[in-house]
Design a protein around this ligand. Sequence first.
Ligand code: GTP
Ligand code: SPV
Ligand code: MN
Length: 582
Amino acid sequence: MIRNPEARQWIEEMISLCKPDNVVWIDGSDEERRRLEEEAFRTGELHQLDQQKLPGCVLHRTAHNDVARTEHLTFICTRRQEDAGPTNNWMDPQEAYSKVGAMFDGSMKGRTMYVIPFIMGVPGSPFNKIGIELTDSIYVVLNMRIMTRMGKVAADELGTDREFTKGLHCRGELDINRRYILHFPEDNTIWSYGSGYGGNVLLGKKCLALRIASYLGWQEGWLAEHMLIVGVQSPDGETTYIAGAFPSACGKTNLAMLVPPESMPGYKVFTVGDDIAWLRIGSDGRLWAVNPEAGFFGVLPGTSYKTNPNAMETMKRDTIFTNVVLTPENTVWWEGMGVDPPARGIDWKGNEWTPDSPEPGAHPNARFTAPARNCPMMDPRWEDAAGVPISAILFGGRRARLAPLVYESLDWEHGTFVGATMASETTAAATAAAGVLRRDPMAMLPFCGYNMARYFRHWLEMGKKIASPPRIFHVNWFKRNAQGEFLWPGFGDNLRALEWVIRRCRGEVSGTETPIGVVPAADELNLNGLDLEPEAIRELLAVDRDAWREEADSIEEFFAKFGEEFPQELNAQLAALRRRLG
Ligand code: GTP
Ligand code: SPV
Ligand code: MN
């Protein structure tokens, strides 16, 4: 099926390295899916759920030590260390190939290697990228089937002469001491050993569509970003497209699938993408965004008919549930699902569980994998090769203090500064401690495939080339009061902040200038039907100068680690912020 001679030669080499008993060439057909599922049910890799209630749905449990991305085991392997930059783990490519090559050597003996050709982006588009993932995991094949356009369509697109990313994955021993996620941007290659968790092993997603693609975008003049894309149709019928970069488990899927509150009649919201955006400058001088994925790999805990009904509808069929509770009815349950827990069940570790058990039944990073076409609110243009034109970019994080609900930067350069200085409390999406505030520029700290100082430079240069650049905003749905409660209701009510963003883009509101940017004036935020104390609103929009002066000191410290290549424009932005703060 794969005719590309370079691809065939590389696959032969990887077969000699991994020595699988069998090789299966994936075509993406329904018959193939049934066959793989049957086999995975037999081995226990997958569990079939009730097919009446959840048609096409299965459950998977990962190894206990393999539940999230392992950032400390993720490397950028470039010949020169400075090309990976100060924020990435770096390994010399020769050392990496030989060290992890030894792990791959014979690693698929007694196992089957699946050859998955896949496309990130729309088939037939000049902007798509092709990859081939070799894996020994049926779970990976079935996830890739949902998350990408794969099989025959991709092999055809690869043809005989297209370039492609070489992805190699082996589950290995699932031992955290023998686990590596390696990226070789100079060779367009990804090696992942020793894990079975999504972000580590679905190589089209974070590894290709962000780490490798960000490097390609830097060379080719575009941006690969950790962003949702959403279309908001205002009551007058005009649709505004907004892209938003929030760190992992900080609300991208939820904002992309937002349901307008009843008190905001006339609004309609459409999903384009929930995790990754590829951004290019169009011939009209605007920035255009494509979602390169074909499905969602979304957080389950906290997802309910109340918080995200569209996600709930999306996962009603043909969905892979990972690390949730199995109920006696052969369905699934997770914390925050909005329905009572079963009296007893099997938890994500495979143990007997009751609501009285001390540990949560679902892992905090439990996920669903579901096809985008299942989502009732997909934008009519979500598969357009050209993408959708972006009017506003949001940067946002999970910050209990400081950052107001929403503010606008002064221009693209200041907006780049706002993105570069983003900070957020860490979440269960990565294995390190959760709840620790860290800088996560543009939500790309774990996903930038090259030196981040150059990435900032690339953002600044892109801004100069976009004739009509999007306006850049910062949002924070997660500010808390002194009692530790969220000040803002979030979810559907986030449309209130988006409405202000859209009205700024249309020049309909003037806002209030503050030292950090423009915040909504007292009467500009639509609070109809919201029962919020005036004190809460005041706190949500407050700009505390003393706290921001401390923030400036912390930003200075953060910037210092980037060394000589760091753009002086961003230091100048910091100085200007300090001047405005007085
Ligand atoms: P990744 O898939 O890891 O990139 O995450 P994401 O950015 O798509 O985050 P997601 O939308 O899945 O939300 C993560 C968690 O935050 C879920 O438990 C949500 O219920 C919760 N969340 C999302 N939006 C809001 C909000 O506006 N307010 C509050 N309080 N919680 C939210
Ligand atoms: C994230 O962690 O940002 C995710 C999930 O979207 S994963 O694919 O595991 O990276
Ligand atoms: Mn993500």
